[in-house]
Ligand binder design. Sequence first.
Ligand SMILES: Nc1nc2c(c(=O)[nH]1)N[C@H]1C(S)=C(S)[C@@H](COP(=O)(O)OP(=O)(O)OC[C@H]3O[C@@H](n4cnc5c(=O)[nH]c(N)nc54)[C@H](O)[C@@H]3O)O[C@H]1N2
Ligand SMILES: Nc1nc2c(c(=O)[nH]1)N[C@H]1C(S)=C(S)[C@@H](COP(=O)(O)OP(=O)(O)OC[C@H]3O[C@@H](n4cnc5c(=O)[nH]c(N)nc54)[C@H](O)[C@@H]3O)O[C@H]1N2
Ligand SMILES: [Mo]
Length: 759
Amino acid sequence: MSNKNVKNSVYSSPAGGWGALKSSAKHLMQSENSVQSVKALLRANQPGGFDCPGCAWGDSNKAGKIDFCENGVKAIAWEATSKRVDANFFKQHAITELKTWDDHSLEKSGRLTEPMFYNGENDHYQPISWEQAFNVIANHLKNLSSPNEALLYTSGRASNEVAYLYQLFGRVLGTNNFPDCSNMCHEASGVGMTQSIGTGKGTVTMDDFEHADAIFVFGQNPGTNHPRMLGTLREASKRGATIVSINNLKERGLQKFTDPQSPKEMILFTGTKISGYYFTPRLGGDMALLRGVAKCLLERFEDDKSALDMDFINEHCDDFEGYKHSVELTTWDKIIEQSSLTRAEIEQIAEIYINSKNVIFTWAMGITQHHHSVATVRELVNVLMLRGNIGKKGAGACPVRGHSNVQGNRTVGINEKPSIEFLDSLEKRYSFTAPRNAGFNTVESIQAMLSEKAKVFIALGGNFAAATPDTNRTYQAIQKCDLTVQISTKLNRSHLMTGKKALILPCLGRTEIDRQTNGEQCITVEDSMSMVHSSKGQNEPASELLRSETAIIAGMASASVGDKVVNWLKLASDYALIRDEISAVLPDFENYNTRIEAGRGFYLQNAAAERQWQTPANKAMFSAAELPEQLVHEIAKDKTKGLVFTLQTLRSHDQYNTSIYGMDDRYRGVYGERKVIFINADDMAKLNLIAGDFVKITTVSNDTVIRSVSHFKVIEYDIPSGCIAAYYPETNPLVPLESIAEDCGTPTSKSIPITLEKL
Ligand SMILES: Nc1nc2c(c(=O)[nH]1)N[C@H]1C(S)=C(S)[C@@H](COP(=O)(O)OP(=O)(O)OC[C@H]3O[C@@H](n4cnc5c(=O)[nH]c(N)nc54)[C@H](O)[C@@H]3O)O[C@H]1N2
Ligand SMILES: Nc1nc2c(c(=O)[nH]1)N[C@H]1C(S)=C(S)[C@@H](COP(=O)(O)OP(=O)(O)OC[C@H]3O[C@@H](n4cnc5c(=O)[nH]c(N)nc54)[C@H](O)[C@@H]3O)O[C@H]1N2
Ligand SMILES: [Mo]
């Protein structure tokens, strides 16, 4: 077999820079609609323009700064393509044929242009009118024996307006079944932070990054996934702040970065060093690392009372003694074993932490997709609290969200476990009885489909079939449904893994002009720093038959539950009316319509940032959880299972979740392929592997299901021994459905026990 591209020639230039510019230009040209794309780009993240659908990083508040990045360019070019997936496309390509295409080829086919129906009888999607499509949905929903047989999935790109309407539709129908992408994403951050400090959202604003003395980046790859954050880190680094990266892999973007918008750096071929310090713990080892830091702080405190902020702890916190006891009980042996860092390295991290007055911790999927994610998030907050780093300028907790409006979706009610106050508030506004029982999250939804407790699946965006774990079982689950409905912009796996009948409802994208009976509409979104701002598309829609997501949900709701409780179509004629509804139900959104008129939007108050703790004890709660009994690598010591590794599944530079833009991963030196595994040289030697060999990967589990993927090419990489990395979604068949984080149900996509077999 070919040995092409195996010598992983690590990218030696700084991240960003000319490489990013070259890649952006390539993607713009390939969009085959470069004029539309460029026009759109100049309006990205600008007042009066649209919010970049790329990520949820906050917008720059510096006037006149162009605010987009290489991956924003890709997202925009991907949406602005001139290719079309129309009725003729579906006539030419049968569903069984399309199933054999890879994810890249499916989405690359272009924009969906008209509603399509698969009637379960022949192998092709056929055109259907919007009204007929809504009637198909209404008939299925009316025939359910309980509204809880319906599942309403949301992907986090949906606007506040459509998300609000969608949750209202579900609740008027009578269910809280709102699985969403955040169940697979930052759920642990929301759950852990709410338990600790009474709010599930980050406590920092963009301004805090300008005042932090140190920023610790845990389990996150901003060079690829939040490139605009690198600009913020670069500024901080230049100003003298210490940046510490804690990542299982040596990520290029976290080492050095050239801002494509800094002419001087571009011309001189220089870059700013981003991380002053870089530590590579074992997968899932962050809680142990943080526990070690806490141990150092407590020990130092014996001689140096400034090591802890006792004023903050005494005034604001609860159960410091319990936590202290738990830290004392944790042995250095266990800490070193689980983190795989040396004691000297952990002491160094503690030293940097103690010597920095104001500190921000940011984190993403490297923290949230493990068994003990909630406990780890709480440990991050514990360590922040020890030095009063919450609720002061330049300091705080910053879970960096993924999808551009995933945070806003939750704020306006996309939640399978809504608060009592929210439901009370809905009941007060509308004359109906809201369902009170908890609904299904993403994993529970798949289980409900498998056991035929759920029969109709509707997805507001996303790619459920590809993004979820245990691919084979998920496919089986979806196929058991009577009806699956996908509201989408582009063709993906979820359109092909259908229920007995299926609908594709094509919608406008974020970059497109949204015209309703009351004129052109804007939508609103909330970023990771709780800034709510408006977004207005600039491009002509990809097809005349497209409808906005809001209009689609309104049409579906009106046909299914009627207009007695809510006048859906009227709300969809003018989104300002929806914002008035949100204002009436959620007090934080008072004067919503007026406040979004301010250029960069408005800030949703965050009680914890004001040191008000909305926990039952009205205190910030230390968590005294013990370290997990065993991590995957410790299970691996059971020799009967052979050589067991821990696999993390992550993103390449050329993808947006399941949307595969291209086959390269420039910063990791991979070109033209995605079926690869990154593995340490010692581990390769143990398995007799050389770079370029192909392997089969099999999950180690206690059930009888066999989970394997094959023909993955070996790439030698700087990664701790025992840890392996490979791309998602190709590796989703390996993640067992039952393998979820404690207390929050997130699939453990970053700690899968696997074995490797040389082919
Ligand atoms: N271009 C682009 N942008 C995106 C996305 C995209 O796919 N493409 N996706 C969006 C979404 S929905 C999300 S949630 C975010 C995701 O943003 P990230 O969280 O950055 O995404 P991943 O690629 O999953 O990267 C996880 C990072 O954590 C590290 N890591 C894994 N496990 C551990 C661990 O146990 N400990 C430590 N310390 N590090 C670990 C990995 O090496 C990797 O660098 O990005 C958003 N933005
Ligand atoms: N193994 C593994 N699995 C994971 C992860 C992992 O790290 N490892 N990450 C998880 C995470 S963090 C997340 S957030 C989920 C992502 O899960 P999802 O949000 O469900 O998936 P996406 O890939 O973001 O969805 C892409 C599709 O969205 C549609 N789309 C794009 N723009 C729009 C729009 O404006 N409107 C509408 N209606 N549709 C649009 C397009 O049809 C496109 O095909 O995956 C999770 N799954
Ligand atoms: Mo995400």
